[in-house]
Design a protein around this ligand. Structure first.
Ligand SMILES: Nc1ncnc2c1ncn2[C@@H]1O[C@H](COP(=O)(O)OP(=O)(O)O)[C@@H](O)[C@H]1O
Ligand SMILES: [Mg+2]
Length: 361
């Protein structure tokens, strides 16, 4: 297979996407595949590097600077990649791997573009991606599926502008402190505030509205543990053991996640068999309810009294060799290069199934 590896992108998670992509370039089996790195700039331009038949030796090769932007595979600074359009991804024996996190990548938009162009790709389709990305819509779907979640209130910008006081009263009446205020569609903890003083609610909501016109306020789980499970499969769904984010901070924010390395992963998570079985069942139910395919990481809160709450589903989870998703599969006996192969096979299978259904119209 020729893998068109999309990374970067118009998203707050641009940089973590570069790290995920570099890990794939290091970890993929070149006996079976070649990789065309396709960097998407912060402005949305697609730039292809040359086709790789062996791993790059260091991240610098992928991150050489062109102008002001950290970039892609280019052997030296003067050698720019070539501009490419998604039409060019359509070849026999090729597949797109959209290693893009957050908006314009993990939210169904790139998936829609590839569907329209009839190009096979790895991972979730439009609906599961878009639903998984949206903290309000996904909660409604999971509620319908009977999965436990924290109590929440959804706020639309129109309503907030019309009568903020009424909304503040409603939240005060229905949710207990601490509260988490989040844009419905952001990711990477951007725009999120934790408040333990109700007088800060209004400012926190205004802050979240800077990033989206839909905001969710959730009841916080005090001193929560954070447990994540990996899922792999289309119709046959494989669920991993749970892993735990061991954290030095109370609020798992952007800095703790990606920058200062204070987070440790505990795999498998130290939980009882009863909790593990419940987590696995809820994770699978969430995956099915979303209509997910290929992969997802399902994130839970586990309270001090062992109450389980689904937090969110990531349809393109962090994918560096040090990320939870690949680590969980490694624990299950599936090594990184084989995980990539499996994802490619699932993507192709899903593509062929869609073609068959299309033929039935
Ligand atoms: N309801 C909650 N109770 C306890 N902690 C929370 C809650 N919501 C969010 N957090 C903390 O904030 C982090 C980021 O929130 P999350 O909804 O997962 O946003 P993101 O999409 O940025 O990952 C979580 O990993 C957790 O540490
Ligand atoms: Mg999260």
């Amino acid at each position: 297979m020729k893998i068109y590896l999309l990374y970067g992108g118009r998203s707050a998670e641009h940089d973590i996407s570069i790290l995920s992509a570099f890990s794939l370039i290091q970890g993929v089996s070149y006996k079976r595949h070649t990789v065309v790195p396709v960097y998407i700039t912060k402005q949305g331009q697609f730039i292809a590097g040359s086709e790789l038949t062996a791993p790059l030796t260091d991240a610098q090769q992928l991150r050489l600077t062109v102008g002001t932007e950290a970039v892609f595979n280019a052997p030296d600074q003067s050698s720019f990649g070539r501009s490419i359009t998604p039409y060019d991804f359509k070849h026999q024996d090729s597949v797109v791997f959209p290693m893009l996190h957050g908006t314009n990548g993990e939210d169904g938009t790139i998936q829609g573009l590839l569907d329209v162009l009839d190009v096979p790709y790895v991972g979730d389709g439009v609906m599961a991606s878009a639903t998984g990305m949206d903290k309000i819509i996904s909660k409604l779907v999971f509620q319908e599926a009977g999965i436990p979640q924290v109590p929440f209130e959804a706020i639309l910008l129109q309503d907030w502008r019309q009568d903020a006081q009424q909304i503040l009263d409603r939240v005060r009446g229905s949710l207990l402190l601490p509260l988490f205020v989040k844009p419905a569609n952001a990711g990477s903890s951007i725009g999120i505030s934790m408040i333990d003083d109700i007088d800060k609610l209004q400012d926190a909501i205004d802050f979240a509205f800077r990033y989206d016109d839909r905001v969710i306020v959730e009841q916080g789980v005090p001193e929560t543990r954070e447990i994540e499970l990996a899922i792999l499969g289309n119709a046959d769904i494989n669920v991993s053991v749970p892993g735990e984010i061991g954290k030095a901070r109370t609020f798992y924010d952007y800095t703790a996640k990606f920058v200062d390395g204070t987070t440790k992963l505990l795999i498998p998570a130290p939980v009882s068999d009863t909790i593990k079985t419940k987590l696995q069942a809820y994770a699978k139910t969430a995956y099915i309810a979303l209509g997910a395919s290929g992969l997802a990481r399902v994130d839970f809160f586990l309270s001090k009294s062992d109450d389980i709450y689904l937090n969110e589903v990531q349809t393109m989870p962090g994918f560096t060799q040090y990320s939870m998703y690949p680590y969980l599969w490694q624990e299950m006996g599936l090594q990184y290069p084989d995980l990539i192969d499996e994802l490619i096979n699932l993507g192709i299978e899903r593509y062929q199934q869609r073609k068959q259904m299309e033929a039935n119209f």
